[in-house]
Write a protein that binds this ligand. Sequence first.
Ligand code: PLP
Length: 194
Amino acid sequence: MIGAEKIIEKKKDYLFPSSQGNHFYKNPPQLVKGDMQYLYDDNGKEYIDFFAGVSVMNCGHCNKEILEATINQMQTLQHTTIIYLTEQMVNLAEKLSNILPGNLRRSFFCLSGSEANEGAMLLARLYTGKNEFIALSNGLHGRTHLTMSATEIPMWRADPNLSKSIHFAKNVYDENLNIEEAAKKIFRKYRRDN
Ligand SMILES: Cc1ncc(COP(=O)(O)O)c(C=O)c1O
């Protein structure tokens, strides 16, 4: 194992600038293994991952059931793009539509959080016919052009020409309001301030 210091050095040498320094620890460990809610570093120290891999490993690290299904599929047929017909995609979309609330029925499959957020922003633009967004101050939404524009943390704003159609809102949370009322409140405030 090459160790944390060497990894940081290699990140600086070989990764894109916005991927270089983005850890939040004075002495970040090198993670070498995951097993459901547990992670292990290069010294064999065990951690409980309360953050679930920034919330994208909610079914656990190296979940055996998911691994088995993934390996089976990878050994059968890997990537074809959505222009060709495969049944797994439509079967999953159908399954999701059966468990989603209300009349949510259609799925947009993608490979990263950035694409998911970009897709959500596209959907909002198509639905409202409007162009601008209010994003939470100091948030991270991704590294595509629009999601990077909605990201306020400076270390992830690598592009000097980001979209000007994003407005950043502070202090959105209000314990006395539900999420919809809080969103409306910040929207009214934003309109007054501008
Ligand atoms: C809150 C949040 N949104 C969006 C993203 C972007 O996801 P991805 O790196 O998969 O594109 C991240 C990535 O860490 C994230 O933490």
